[in-house]
Ligand binder design. Structure first.
Ligand code: SAH
Ligand code: SF4
Length: 370
């Protein structure tokens, strides 16, 4: 199952499970929409108008696009639904500062999106797959393997829904993090298409540098991202400075070991000049010792980067894993920092509604969300 993928060739990892979602409006770049609009016998400027209404006014239906002729609105409603994602339920935590949105897909799967309000920013955490094939030992998302990839449109729809929800609180979405369910580099094309659609100046104009793609370490895609014209930010889920430890936490480390991963990160920084964030999920007596902190510091030395220490969030993935004491968390971060690597401790939002890092699973039975 999941962890076997760590030893399969890269092309099989990425092409084995195809997305089966039917195409919708949110799947289309402006060029693709323009083609579609011409097929319907309309002028290209209509496509730009539709993009404005969908992504700037955030309307939820063609019916509300009052500048369009009625017949076009009807044609589009018939032939190109905005999305098939249906909101099912919303949960709230952190005194309303964190919202977990649960959606049902056209094929009866469920996915989760987390919206987080901060004083200075509003971040949406987007899912890119139903489940995950990587199967990290501390993460609930990977527990039942991968069901399927999400389409670009299913990811865009999550962002639009979050932007609308934020607007209801008179806030504007400022950041997108691909840190929900799934491994973005096992769904690279769709993830980057999502970023291009949201970045379009005729649409949401979402700055690429406000979009962060987080990966458990598929090396070939780090190199690919470095060459992508869209300058999104990269986060690497590292969790350990050596193979012995990382093999037990992130199964695909056996395919792309720490040394290869860090070399790819160095190439990335050299090519792009952009800083990398390293995520480090801190687990009591597993990867939280002083020695490990020092090894982490030397591994990353000379790299333009930042380390985010994320104290483990409880999941049923590995019940024996515990969060370290507050003192240990701070000490670990201090040692890494003292070795010259900027480091912060990041406490996850939404722990009590299972919306935090590694807790997303979207188990759902009619009327009950686990
Ligand atoms: N698959 C991608 C992105 C989604 S996971 C990745 O692994 O990077 C988002 C982040 O949550 C990752 O950094 C992941 O390592 C972290 N995470 C997973 N389970 C966690 C847990 N139980 N506690 C804290 N962080 C966790
Ligand atoms: Fe997948 Fe990321 Fe969870 Fe690992 S941490 S199982 S890569 S979602």
């Amino acid at each position: 199952m999941a962890s076997d993928l760590s030893i399969t060739p890269e092309h099989r990892v990425t092409s084995s499970i195809r997305n089966r979602a039917p195409s919708t409006f949110y799947d289309l770049t402006l060029d693709e929409l323009t083609g579609k609009i011409s097929e319907l016998g309309q002028k290209p400027y209509r496509a730009r108008q539709i993009y404005h209404w969908a992504y700037q006014h955030l309307v939820g239906s063609y019916g509300e696009m009052s500048v369009l002729p009625k017949s076009l609105r009807a044609d589009l409603s018939e032939s190109l639904p905005l999305t098939y994602l249906e909101p099912v339920r919303e949960l709230e935590a952190d005194g309303g500062d964190t919202l977990k949105l649960l959606f049902r897909t056209h094929d009866g799967n469920h996915l989760e999106t987390v919206l987080m309000f901060y004083p200075d920013r509003v971040t949406v955490c987007v899912s890119c797959q139903i489940g995950c094939a990587v199967g990290c030992s501390f993460c609930a998302t990977g527990m039942s393997g991968l069901t399927r990839n999400l389409s670009a449109g299913e990811m865009v729809a999550q962002v639009v829904a979050a932007a609308r929800r934020a607007r209801e609180f008179e806030r504007q979405l400022t950041n997108i993090v691909m840190m929900g369910m799934g491994e973005p580099f096992q769904n690279y094309e769709a993830t980057m298409k999502m970023a291009r659609i949201l970045n379009d100046p005729e649409g949401m104009k979402f700055g690429a540098r406000r979009i962060t793609v987080s990966t458990s370490g598929l090396v070939p895609f780090i190199d690919r991202l470095a060459k992508d014209p869209l300058q999104v930010k990269l986060a690497i889920s590292l969790h350990a400075p050596n193979d012995e430890l990382r093999d037990t936490l992130v199964p695909l480390n056996r395919r792309w070991p720490v040394e290869d991963l860090i070399l790819a990160c160095r190439r990335y920084v050299e090519t792009t000049g952009r800083r990398i964030s390293f995520e480090y999920c801190l687990i009591k007596d597993v990867n939280d010792s002083d020695d490990v902190a020092r090894d982490l510091g030397s591994l990353l030395s000379g790299l333009i980067c930042h380390v985010n220490v994320i104290p483990l969030n409880p999941t049923s993935a590995e019940p024996s894993y515990e969060r370290p004491s507050e003192e240990r968390i701070q000490r670990f971060a201090r040692i890494v920092e003292e070795s010259g690597i900027p480091t912060s401790v990041r406490y996850s939002r939404g722990v009590d509604i299972a919306a935090a890092c590694g807790q997303l699973r979207a188990e759902h039975e009619e009327g009950r969300v686990a």
